[in-house]
Design a protein around this ligand. Sequence first.
Ligand code: ACO
Length: 380
Amino acid sequence: MDTSKLILKPGLEGIPVTQSSICDIDGQKGHLLYRGYQIEELAQKSSFLETAFLLIWGELPTTSELRNFEAEVQMHRRLSFRVRDMMKCFPASGHPMDALQSSAASLGLFYSRRAIDDPKYVYNAVIRLIAKIPTMIAAFQLIRKGHDPIQPRDDLSYSSNFLYMLTEKEQDPLAAKVFDKCLILHAEHSLNASTFSARVTASTLTDPYAVVASAVGTLAGPLHGGANEDVIAMLDEIKLPENAKSFIKDSILTKRKIMGFGHREYKVKDPRAMILQQLAEELFDRFGKDEMYEVAKQLEEEAIPLLGAKGIFPNVDYYSGLVYRKLGIPRDLFTPIFAISRVAGWLAHWREQLGANRIFRPSQIYTGSKPRSWVPLDER
Ligand code: ACO
């Protein structure tokens, strides 16, 4: 095939691959909207489940719609003993994102009717995925500690219950409130890598559990959701605020990326990073300071004069790890928690993709060998 007229755009930068009415980003002004609502307003006034409903079904729910949605999610939070037993066979040393990807994919075995044109099937799949992903993450955390997973508690809200299942104790309401806001902030972000992955998988008309499992696998990488773990490792390495200046200079000289900085879309500070920074401060005021926050602030101050001109500023991952750390969440659970939230966006895109589907099949520019003759094994 003659591909000489094709123009390659590595990473598909600037190439629209779909139309979408879910999320709008203005990367120059630092604006983020879900279905037309500003992220700042949602973080202040909404709950994660209400925001998930908005993203997936397109409009804010009425009181009864929200109550039903919350009740259905609550009803489906438990895991089958088969899923729990399967998780007990996972190696405790494995990464929780791999445990989550496998467990999410396994739901396809239990609900194997691929009736994606049946609204009831679609609704149930949405409920199950939103309900069960937090339970899976908490179950793996307890299993790898040698404990038995604990059952969800019906008297607790979505976020309080997750923190309870994870830590085996009921948390302060402020912790649950801050956690719920973190879920709102991470719920959707247009065609990022994992959402694109979800849409590509959805376009084959496979089941929603495979769609979510493929997105979880994509989110796991350090250039995407995995960056918040690396931010904490980097701040750990810097240790003290006074080391930030030399760290940033050395990093620029050696072309080492500052984790939690830079974004394909934003050329200013990510609006979610600003809200997360406020949430982190709220937690520090209540539960005590974290020295690492001082390192993070100093690093940001030193980095902006050097990287700001290139449009490189803190992204959503820069402060999220500090919030989760203060909530007592282990570092390798930061990205699985991102998945609890982003499943709302993935499911919204799954539905949208099915509404106007064409299988994704991009082209390539071939750089391999010209046609050549087969060489028998003994002549090579
Ligand atoms: N630190 C230092 N320099 C950076 C950084 C950074 N974090 N990010 C980008 N740059 C520089 C690059 O070195 C490059 O410079 P050059 O043109 O002089 O070679 C330029 O900015 C463009 O960088 P790319 O990597 O090509 O930008 P791209 O849009 O492809 O990547 C990405 C965006 C992956 C987020 C990148 O900024 C990065 O690797 N950041 C660190 C990892 C991170 O925080 N990821 C989380 C992103 S948010 C999320 O997924 C939830």
